[in-house]
Structure formats: structure tokens, C-alpha cells
Design a protein around this ligand. Structure first.
Ligand SMILES: Cc1cc2nc3c(=O)[nH]c(=O)nc-3n(C[C@H](O)[C@H](O)[C@H](O)COP(=O)(O)O)c2cc1C
Length: 404
């Protein structure tokens, strides 16, 4: 792994923290672009009031000087603008009056774990009887850090001509039509302009109605997002070992987003149903001219742009399924761990459906994974070195000066 990152921070703590290590020097850093990406994470029909007001205040502490990376680890902080309301409940020091704090709304221990959330397993694992100790970190607020860090990865990918976009293809039982348009590399703003981040206007209207119905029924909904990446050269990742395959790493990154329970690469599940003659992508002769040949192309895109754990040079197509959120306005049955008696699960302010904005998080983790795979291929400590090495490799891919 060339590019690695770590995040820390609780949802209502003073701040979220992220560190990203392994970027080359001289990568331009646009603070406004990081803010813009974090704002995209707040998009979408079906948001709770808290999420809409939640503002992210970013500070870059290290790794950047005069608008460019300097090769050292990037360190950033996202301050919690609501921290003044939480200083006692989430304070580092023991509270002056623990019993008094436990009698306040926010300070009361949460002892009725939500089915489907991290509450109960986390309390058992860490030997804690207040679910707040678990949910504060399990909360998807943490994804703001991954989205912020991924902006650096996106910039690197853009320098290599690689663009990652996403759109929503299903909310609950409402899916886009098979022949519906899919976003190209320049279509992200058009997707984001739609309230559910879906490019198919008919499906979008039905998805919004479905979310409104779930809201009235005090229920929640999941769905499926598709992440498409354009401009990748063939040969990122490797077939030589399971944990270095790019499909392994992409699936792990997507499954590492809270509430994601399934990942499909290309037509992964459909290929299990059809014979081999209909499952693979036939290889076409090179495009271009004899003097300036192009890379190999494929007749179809069933593999999703990955073969043998490596990119094929075709668009990368990943789908990821998100389960319905487990904080329901009509709580599910649980047990109060304090009394052992049946109870209703705790209620936390929550979205009805977070699929549209979760797509932005999926883009982020895919971008971080691909930036890592790109740097693995090119090496390079400076951006010009990365560019040079990539250009040389791309020349061999086009059949100039190489055996393939
Ligand atoms: C962008 C995003 C927003 C989320 N918002 C909520 C929410 O509002 N309410 C909730 O209960 N879970 C929400 N989740 C999901 C929980 O964080 C997740 O279900 C929980 O951490 C347990 O993990 P698991 O579902 O992977 O088992 C969200 C997830 C993502 C990716």
C-alpha cells in the first residue's frame, strides 16, 4: 500500500481528524474543492434537519504549503460547529456531577440498543453499558473525513485523466430502467442537481415519492449506488496475490462504508446466471492508426473494467447496496440492557434515506483506492515524476515501443 489513511473522531466530539500519507509533492490543493466535496456529502432528499444544518469547518494542519503538497503526511481537522452543546456529554475529563449529567436529555445513558446498528455488539465487545460510547464512532459522520481526504486522491487522479462519478440506481423497490442514461465523466453536477442524485427523471420522481411515503410511515429505506470511473489505464492492481487484487481492495473499501452490505463488480451477479459466451467482454483490435495506435478495446463492459484483479482500461463499474437505516422513528423491539426487560430501541435524529449522499462517500473510498493503485504502478515522489512515469507506461499500452 502506497497511500494510507486513518481517521479518528466521534460524531459529537470536538472534531474529526484524518491523516493521509503517501502523496507525491507538488499536488495542487484547493481548499474550496475540499469544502465542495464535503458539502456534496450533505445532499439528498430524505435528510434529517440535523444533517442539513451540520456544517463542516475544515482546517489543514500539515502536508501542504503554499497551495501544494510537500510530500509529508496530510493532517486535517473537521471541527464540530455544535461542540459547545456537547462539551460536558462528550468531554474528555470526568464530569463534575455524573448523576446530574445522567439526568439531562443528552447525558442520559443509552441502554436500549438499536437492532441493525453497532450499539449492542459494540457494548458487548468493549464492556460498556452506554451505547453512546459506540454510536458516536459508528455514526457515518466519520465519513466526512474520508470525503475530505479523498479530495486529494481525486486531484491526483484528475492529473492522470481519471474521473470518479456516482449516481443512485435504486431506492427501496424503485430502480432506474435498464436503458436509463448513466453519467459520463462530465455529468457529476447534473447528478448532484437531482434531489436523489439519479439521472433518470422518471425514476427520480418515483424515488422521491417512495422516500416521502417511508417518512410518513416513519420508516427508512436503503438502495443501490453505482460508482463509475473513467480514464483508468489497463494494469492497475495485480493478479499475483489475493490481497493486492484491485477487486479485493475496491470491495473492501465499499464494504467499509457504514451500512453497505453488498458490492457488485460489473455484471457480477448476472454473470452467475448466464453461460460463458454471454459473460465476458471480447477483445477488439486496437483503434488508432498503424503510426499512432490506440489501446485495445472491448465489445462489451460486463466485467466492469476488472479482469484478474487488474483494470482493463475500460470504464470501471461498481455497484454497492446500502441497507435501510436502523434508527427508525417507529423504533424496533429491543432489550433494555440495564433491566433485561423488553423495550423500544432508542431514537436518534436520523435520515429516512441516506443513499444519495452515501454515493458521495462511495466515490471517495473508490478514489482513495484507485489513487493508491495508480501510485503503486507509477511510483514517483513528485507530481511531475508520476506524470512522466504514467505517460511512459501509457505509451507502451498504445503499442509504441512495447511488446503489447
Ligand atoms: C452517508 C451515511 C449516512 C448514514 N446515516 C445514518 C442515519 O441517519 N441513521 C442511522 O441509523 N444510520 C445511518 N447510517 C448507517 C450507520 O452508520 C450504520 O448502519 C451503523 O454504523 C452500523 O453499521 P452497519 O450498518 O454497517 O452494520 C449512515 C451511513 C452512511 C454511509
Amino acid at each position: 500500500m502506497v497511500l494510507r489513511y486513518l481517521t479518528a473522531g466521534e460524531s459529537h466530539g470536538p472534531a474529526l481528524v484524518g491523516i493521509l500519507e503517501g502523496l507525491p509533492s507538488e499536488l495542487p490543493v484547493d481548499r474550496a474543492e475540499i469544502d465542495r466535496q464535503m458539502a456534496r456529502r450533505r445532499l439528498g432528499h430524505g435528510r434529517s434537519p440535523r444533517m442539513v444544518f451540520e456544517a463542516d469547518r475544515l482546517e489543514i494542519l500539515a502536508g501542504v504549503r503554499h497551495g501544494r503538497t510537500i510530500g509529508s503526511p496530510i493532517a486535517l481537522v473537521i471541527h464540530n460547529t455544535e461542540w459547545p452543546k456537547w462539551t460536558e456529554v462528550m468531554g474528555v475529563d470526568p464530569p463534575a456531577d455524573p448523576e446530574g449529567l445522567a439526568r439531562t436529555g443528552r447525558g442520559a445513558p443509552l441502554t436500549r440498543p438499536r437492532p441493525g446498528h453497532a450499539d449492542l455488539a459494540g457494548m458487548q465487545k468493549f464492556g460498556l453499558d452506554d451505547a453512546r460510547n459506540i454510536l458516536e464512532r459508528a455514526s457515518a459522520r466519520e465519513t466526512a473525513t474520508r470525503v475530505a481526504l479523498a479530495t486529494f486522491a481525486r486531484t491526483l487522479l484528475a492529473e492522470a485523466g481519471v474521473v470518479v462519478v456516482s449516481h443512485v440506481v435504486r431506492i427501496g423497490e424503485v430502480a432506474v430502467a435498464e436503458e436509463a442514461p448513466e453519467p459520463g465523466p462530465g455529468d457529476q453536477d447534473a447528478v448532484d442537481a437531482d434531489p436523489v442524485r439519479c439521472l433518470d427523471p422518471t425514476a427520480s420522481a418515483r424515488m422521491r415519492d417512495r422516500i416521502d411515503r417511508a417518512k410518513n410511515e416513519r420508516d427508512t429505506l436503503g438502495g443501490v449506488v453505482e460508482v463509475l470511473t473513467y480514464g483508468l489505464p489497463a494494469g492497475l492492481g495485480t493478479h499475483v496475490h489475493w490481497d493486492r487484487r484491485l477487486d479485493t481492495r475496491l470491495a473492501a473499501a465499499l464494504m467499509g462504508v457504514q451500512a453497505f452490505k453488498g458490492v457488485e463488480i460489473g455484471e457480477g451477479f448476472r454473470t452467475a446466471e448466464v453461460p460463458g459466451s454471454k459473460a465476458h467482454d471480447e477483445i477488439l483490435p486496437r483503434g488508432g492508426t498503424r503510426a499512432a495506435p490506440g489501446p485495445y478495446a472491448r465489445a462489451t463492459g460486463r466485467s466492469g473494467g476488472l479482469e484478474g484483479g487488474m483494470t482493463t482500461g475500460e470504464p470501471l463499474r461498481l455497484r454497492a447496496a446500502m441497507k435501510p437505516l436502523s434508527s427508525l422513528a417507529r423504533p424496533l423491539a429491543t432489550v433494555d440492557v440495564r433491566t433485561g426487560e423488553p423495550a423500544e430501541a432508542i431514537q436518534q435524529r436520523s435520515d429516512v434515506c441516506a443513499v444519495p449522499r452515501a454515493g458521495v462517500v462511495c466515490e471517495a473510498v473508490v478514489a482513495l483506492t484507485l489513487a493508491d493503485a495508480l501510485l503503486e504502478k507509477t511510483g514517483g515522489d513528485t507530481l511531475p515524476e508520476v506524470r512522466r512515469n504514467l505517460a511512459a507506461y501509457q505509451q507502451t499500452l498504445s503499442g509504441c515501443g512495447g511488446r503489447l
